[in-house]
Design a protein around this ligand. Structure first.
Ligand SMILES: [Zn+2]
Length: 135
């Protein structure tokens, strides 16, 4: 996937996202807290604020991930009489909540990476402003 004109390629952005690193500089420092992105990368200063809730898809991804990782396997265990329905409901409710909370920072990092894999020219390192649609 050769992309002339891009100092940071889509592949590099995706790899940086998997490491929860900044898509622009490759350093860590995207998170302000467990549940919130910083306003800007602490290393390069790239703006991480998205005015229209661009990263709000994180919660939806968490629901889908919890269904696939927690609820579907529990249904399988109930159907095959490994555990009872009552236990499955309790495990499903608490396990899904814990799972979503546990992976939330990773989902935030991956949403940032996904945005910039789609729009690599927005990265300041690639000549953009770091803000979607303002180049
Ligand atoms: Zn950075």
């Amino acid at each position: 996937m050769s992309e002339p004109g891009l100092k940071v390629t889509r592949g590099e952005i995706a790899l940086r996202g998997l490491r929860c690193a900044c898509p622009n500089c490759g350093e860590r420092g995207l998170l302000a807290s467990w549940f919130r992105l910083a306003k800007a990368c602490r290393s390069c200063g790239m703006d991480l604020e998205r005015s229209h809730g661009f990263y709000s898809g994180t919660t939806s991804i968490g629901y889908v991930a919890a269904i696939l990782v927690i609820l579907v396997p529990l249904c399988f265990l109930v159907v095959h009489d490994v555990i009872g329905a009552r236990a499955a409901v309790l495990i499903g409710m608490s396990g899904s909540a814990a799972f979503i909370v546990g992976i939330y920072p990773v989902m935030l990092c991956w949403m940032v990476a996904a945005c910039h894999v789609a729009l690599p020219g927005d990265l300041p390192a690639n000549g953009g402003t770091g803000r979607r649609g303002e180049d």
